[in-house]
Design a protein. Structure first.
Length: 135
């Protein structure tokens, strides 16, 4: 099973876990979040993330999901990408997380691809202009 680490601006990480818990009706295993605080040093964040990765890696790797590319959490995650069996994906969304959780019994690469597809497919226009005519 692929472990999942959310590395995001506070309080997003734990909020995503609460949302996943709501969808799956229980807290998914091997899922953790680090909510990066405004005054937290990058060294501390990287160390906390490395410790979490050790806990989460059951041998199949860890997918690190971060909120916005270029932000402090994503910048810290770039240091983690150099670790064995760690892949980082920026642009965290709920569809991305739910897809990662759904496919996490596959390989790390497949989990990455499914999470990325979940994010892309989860961004859709919602309006009343497209109506299906009744038959």
């Amino acid at each position: 099973m692929v472990g999942l680490l959310i590395l995001a601006h506070a309080p997003l990480g734990n909020a995503f876990i609460i949302a996943a818990q709501h969808v799956f009706r229980s807290k998914p295993e091997y899922l953790e979040a680090i909510d990066v605080q405004p005054d937290q040093s990058t060294e501390e964040v990287i160390e906390l993330a490395k410790q979490a990765i050790e806990r989460l890696n059951l041998g199949d790797g860890v997918l690190v999901l971060t909120d916005v590319f270029g932000g402090t959490p994503a910048n810290c995650s770039q240091k983690l990408d150099a670790l064995d069996q760690v892949v980082v994906l920026a642009g965290l969304s709920l569809p991305m997380l739910l897809r990662a959780l759904t496919y996490r019994n596959d390989t790390l690469e497949v989990v990455f691809e499914m999470a990325q597809a979940g994010a892309q497919n989860g961004a859709v226009r919602v309006d009343n202009r497209l109506r299906i005519a009744p038959h």
